[in-house]
Design a protein around this ligand. Structure first.
Ligand code: RP5
Length: 168
């Protein structure tokens, strides 16, 4: 299998969060790779990865990092592939990594999801892939419908709960 998505994380301490992205790709049967790369600890390897990702067939890169989170921005500066940044909550409740990832200078966007938003990063990556792949597009349609079903069921359950002043 050739990976379509790269999940890059600054450290294996980010893995408990990023597992949610991996599980989503497994569920959607989208091939992906997982690598630990650090903008600060392995800058040369980051450059090598980012400059080769496109020719290796990668379509979307998810970059997760905490603290002074420069990983996604550095990768985005070296490729035209879409980069989705996941701010990891490791200090200051994740505000430091959120701001470091979201506040990119004009010209080098990183599509930033919420703090620890690994699942949303994976969904967004799959939606990007779906624009050029009908099989993935169908799976995403089904996934979105399943979210609707969940709320329909939630309303059925709420309708069974009785309170003296509850009117529905
Ligand atoms: C970042 O620093 C990593 O992404 C991680 O979130 C944080 C702490 O890394 P470790 O000290 O746990 O390796 O580079």
């Amino acid at each position: 299998m050739k990976p379509l998505v790269s999940i890059i994380m600054g450290s294996t301490s980010d893995l408990p969060v990023m597992e949610k992205a991996a599980e989503f790709f497994d569920k959607m049967e989208i091939p992906f790779e997982m690598l630990a790369l650090s903008a600060h600890r392995t800058p040369r390897q980051v450059e090598e990865f980012a400059s080769q990702a496109k020719e290796r067939g990668i379509k979307v890169i998810i970059a997760a990092a905490g603290m002074a989170a420069h990983l996604g921005g550095v990768i985005a500066s070296l490729t035209t592939l879409p980069v989705i940044g996941v701010p990891i909550r490791s200090s200051f409740d994740g505000m430091d990594s959120l701001l470091a990832i979201v506040q990119m200078p004009p010209g080098i966007p990183v599509a930033t999801v919420g703090v620890n938003g690994a699942l949303n990063a994976a969904i967004l990556a799959a939606q990007i892939l779906a624009t050029g792949d009908n099989t993935i597009a169908d799976k995403m349609e089904n996934y979105k419908s399943s979210l609707t079903d969940k709320i329909v069921k939630a309303n059925e359950e709420l309708s069974k709960i009785e309170y003296k002043f509850k009117t529905n």
